[in-house]
Design a binder for this molecule. Structure first.
Ligand code: 13P
Length: 257
């Protein structure tokens, strides 16, 4: 059965102090209303900057249903890659998830489908759950190529996996035009793409695998619009950027099923 998940991608924000304060506040709110009492029994995954992970884990390990991941990993297992972080390192500090293929990594760091496939492989080899991001640009949507683009992204970086490995993948659909712009995909647009992604998975791996895959929506998802997005059948939760930096807003999103 697929899970309801709310993930917070902090991107390159917060000092360690600010990050700890943020998580302490979220933890307090979850204490007052435990995740298991909320509709959908959601899980929460926090993606702080690498250097905060160990300290954030000290706070979250007391909170059932809250886990921590990294925003990226390198595509090689180790070696002379100054400044990079491997999946093994991420695993060794206790994180459980890793974002792969965020559009900011694709755009600013030129990560292509093959590199992302290698990152997925590294993550799985090190028993990390990849949260694989896909999504079209504004231009691609305007020229009605969005389905084709997303299908290519998931086919090239994920569909080489066997069905058992694919069972460990979480997908996040994040239309690039909606990220950080305040312009959210409408609930209809989100549902349409999520259902398309599920159909692609079904064609490749069968209907059971498709129905078990968690597909998150990301892109200007906030405390106001989360409920309308999450009530769609194929939208299993959210990957939240800006609104995950405000404890109250993030908690409200967690509580939006
Ligand atoms: P915003 O929620 O700030 O639009 O960012 C979404 C995102 O990129 C999450 O990974």
């Amino acid at each position: 059965m697929r899970k309801k998940i709310i993930a917070g991608n902090w991107k390159m924000n917060t000092s360690l102090q600010e990050g700890k304060e943020l998580v302490n506040s979220i933890a307090e709110m979850i204490k007052s209303k435990p995740l298991k009492t909320m509709p959908g029994n959601p899980e929460v995954i926090l993606f702080p900057p690498f250097v905060h992970i160990t300290e954030i884990l000290k706070i979250t390990k007391k909170e059932k249903g809250v886990t921590v991941g990294a925003q990226n990993c390198h595509q090689s297992d180790k070696g002379a890659y100054t400044g990079e972080v491997s999946a093994m390192m991420i695993k060794s500090v206790g994180a459980t998830h890793v974002l792969v293929g965020h559009s900011e990594r694709r755009q600013y760091f030129k990560e292509d489908d093959n590199t992302l496939a290698a990152k997925v492989s590294q993550a799985l080899d090190n028993k990390l759950t990849p949260v694989f991001c896909c999504g079209e640009s504004l231009e691609e949507r305007q020229s009605e190529k969005h389905f084709e683009v997303v299908k290519q992204q998931i086919s090239k970086s994920l569909f080489w996996l066997d069905v058992n490995d694919f069972a460990n993948i979480i997908i996040a659909y994040e239309p690039v035009w909606a990220i950080g712009t305040g312009e959210t995909a409408s609930p209809g647009q989100a549902q349409e793409m999520h259902s398309f992604i599920r159909n692609c998975i079904s064609e490749k791996y069968g209907s059971e695998a498709a129905s078990n895959t968690t597909i998150l929506y990301g892109g200007s998802c906030n405390a106001k619009n989360a409920k309308d997005l999450f009530k769609n059948e194929d939208v299993d939760g959210g990957l939240i950027g800006g609104a995950s930096l405000k404890a109250g807003d993030f908690f409200q999103i967690i509580n939006s099923y």
